[in-house]
Design a protein around this ligand. Structure first.
Ligand code: MG
Ligand code: MG
Length: 256
């Protein structure tokens, strides 16, 4: 898919609409977060997200999304070595010591909000704590580069350099992306890249920025369910995401 060809600039009124979609998505993730505990199934968390989104007049953006087969759920529920696109299930319970990544998308009045977080379930290893903290900080650093005149490569490089300086890795096959009337628009925003390369950012560009970080390798594999993407070596992974608008001044985070 060439997302570079599909860049859609948003008007201030459209960005206001995206803030509403993003807000509902943030509420859904917050509701999921409140219910995360050892013993809860990822299928239950999926229902909680779907109910909140529909109660606010939205629809789940991931449900029926085209792929190896239509995506069957509201959230991606990815545990430990699972990086993204994990399938929620009533048979899969969170356990003390897991790290858990939740990704969710909401469509509201024709606009999409897309965001994600990773959280520790109870006590986790020092490495897991560091992985989560580094991934969250990589997102913050990337967002800070989303300013007019900067290149997409400045954003990508900020993420890659910080992650690799901390001894972790970024995948090559999965990227951030433009977001708006479609969940995936241009430009593609990889989590690796070179400063000064790629599209020049300008106000009205809206991007779902999503550092995905793997502890042991940049390589990934797709599990037998055909959706779940995991680290190739079984090492832990983390994922944070916000939908963000490039503004004249500070970048505007839409999924809050
Ligand atoms: Mg997402
Ligand atoms: Mg995304």
């Amino acid at each position: 898919m060439s997302w570079e060809r599909n860049i859609v600039l948003k008007s201030p009124a459209e960005i206001e609409m995206m803030k509403q979609a993003g807000h509902i998505n943030a509420l859904a993730l917050e509701e999921v977060r409140k219910n995360i505990r050892p013993g809860v199934s990822t299928g239950e968390l999926d229902e909680i997200a779907e109910t909140l989104i529909r109660d606010h007049g939205g629809t789940p953006a991931f449900l029926n999304y085209p792929g190896p087969y239509p995506y069957p759920a509201t959230i991606n529920a990815s545990i430990n070595d699972e990086l993204v696109h994990g399938l929620p299930s009533k048979k899969r319970e969170l356990r003390e010591g897991d790290i858990f990544s939740v990704d969710c998308g909401t469509v509201f009045q024709g606009f999409v909000g897309d965001s994600a977080f990773t959280v520790a379930i109870g006590e986790v290893s020092k490495e897991a704590q560091k992985l989560i903290a580094v991934t969250a900080e990589a997102l913050r650093l990337g967002i800070d580069k989303m300013r007019p005149g900067n290149h997409v490569g400045d954003v990508s490089a900020a993420i890659q350099q910080y992650v690799e300086a901390n001894g972790f890795h970024v995948p090559r096959e999965y990227s951030g992306h433009g977001v708006g009337r479609q969940m995936h628009e241009g430009p593609q925003v990889p989590n690796y890249g070179l400063p000064g390369q790629g599209l020049v950012l300008r106000p009205g560009i809206t991007i779902a920025l999503e550092p995905m970080v793997l502890a042991g390798t940049h390589r990934t594999r797709v599990l037998a369910d055909k959706w779940t993407v995991a680290s190739a070596d079984g090492s832990l992974t983390a994922h944070f995401e916000h939908s963000v608008a490039v503004n004249e001044g500070e970048p505007l985070i839409l999924t809050v």
